[in-house]
Every structure is written in structure tokens, then in C-alpha cells.
Design a protein around this ligand. Sequence first.
Ligand code: MG
Length: 166
Amino acid sequence: MFRIGLGHDTHRLTEGSFIMLGGVRIDHDRALLGHSDSDALLHAVTDALLGAAGLGDIGDLFPDTDPANKGRDSAEMLSNVWKQVQGRGWSIVNLDAVIFAEKPKLSPFKDRIKVRIAQILGIATDRIGIKAKTGEQVGPIGRKEAISAECVVLLQRSKSEMEDGA
Ligand code: MG
């Protein structure tokens, strides 16, 4: 059995000196604004997994009204969600993601991001696609007001795992 999931996230840019994307710290002249560490890519990956498994969304699991989620490490949230999804018998066929950012230039970081996500999920890097696009200087991305990310994930589980009642 296969299931597909889609995740999308946006964080506004504000004053600061670094951003977190895909669990990688990237020095920048701006920061991402949000309740957690504002890693838009890991949030999109997390929502894609939750969506595919039918388990709600990241806001259901980690509400921004809960002080425990303030400044929270998105890698830890993703790891938590992935354990729940795996607990229902699912494994990842592949995931494919796009980061939308005018700046900083992300091509030097794509491999590191891929390795970091592979490490968080315990899967091979060749199951992960990371792409980066600018906003062509238009819209909130192009005006450097925000960074967004999208992710699709394909999950599979065997019939025997389904019959276990997961
Ligand atoms: Mg977010």
C-alpha cells in the first residue's frame, strides 16, 4: 500500500544573523520569524509525513500556544513525528522538496541539507531530493520578505504491517 503526502510552510524574514533550513544552520543577514526555530523546510517535511499517514498536521501536534514549543528544535519535532509514522508500519519510498528563497544562495548547502534530513529520518540520501528556487525578485519570496518550502513524500507499508492493526 502506498500513500502520498504534501507539506508546505512559510516563515517571514526578520532581523537576525542566521537561518535554519533542513536542520542546517546557515549564516545570513536575516533570521526566520516563528515560534519554534522556524525551519520552514523541516516543517514542510513533517507535514508531508503527517499528511501521508493521516495523522493531522504539525500545528495539531505542536501548537504555538504551548510554551514547550517555543524555540523548539524542528529536527526533534520531525524525529518525533517520524517515530509515530514508522510505528504505524510506514517506510519512506522517497521525499522531494523545494525551498523558495531569494537569498541566501542555497546551492552550496543542498547536499548538507540532504545528508542532515537523511540522518534525522534514518534513510539513504538517494531517497531525498532537495531543490532551491528564487522568487525572481517578485512576490514575498522575491522581495526577501519570506522563505517557503514544499515537500512531497511517498510512504509504503506491507500488507502484514497493515494487518497488525496499525
Ligand atoms: Mg513553520
